[in-house]
Design a binder for this molecule. Structure first.
Ligand code: CMP
Length: 139
């Protein structure tokens, strides 16, 4: 089925001017960017977005990092978009990411791993609503 998923191009990637190269990977995989905005999150906003990880040891570092520079939040649409996006991103840790994936090519570490993608339909819906209103999704 056609799905929508929330993607974030993270500060390590925007700092290195990689937005276009990462978007090309999504588009080459057949994902359509139906909404996109560049935003500099506050640490509190990053903390809210990653609330599910609040008890993890890396939570504070993760929130600091996500608020350290602008990110590009985007909605990707396509057949099986959630799984397809995760395939294009590659494993969370770039050391484990398959060749040709975004994280294999661009990520610097497990924390500075260039992109985020929703992991399931429920989280995708919640994460899309965190950044975008319905009017901003132009499929
Ligand atoms: P993401 O898909 O955005 O979801 C949660 C993020 O936490 C994950 O990508 C990683 O960037 C980050 N993360 C996971 N494990 C670690 C870790 N050990 N140290 C720092 N950050 C981590």
């Amino acid at each position: 089925a056609t799905e929508r998923t929330l993607s974030i191009i993270k500060p390590d990637a925007t700092n290195r001017n990689l937005t276009g190269k990462i978007n090309a990977k999504f588009e080459e995989a057949g994902l359509r960017i139906i909404a996109q905005k560049r935003i500099h999150l506050t640490k509190a906003q990053a903390g809210k977005f990653y609330e599910v990880h609040a008890e993890r040891p890396f939570y504070d570092e993760l929130c600091e990092f996500m608020a350290s520079a602008p990110v590009v939040a985007q909605v990707l649409e396509g057949e099986g978009a959630i799984a397809k996006n995760r395939e294009v991103m590659g494993a969370t840790n770039p050391a484990d990411a398959a060749a040709g994936t975004i994280r294999a090519e661009f990520a610097q570490s497990v924390g500075e791993n260039s992109v985020h993608g929703s992991d399931a339909p429920e989280t995708a819906a919640a994460e899309i609503a965190f950044f975008f209103s319905g009017l901003e999704l132009v499929g």
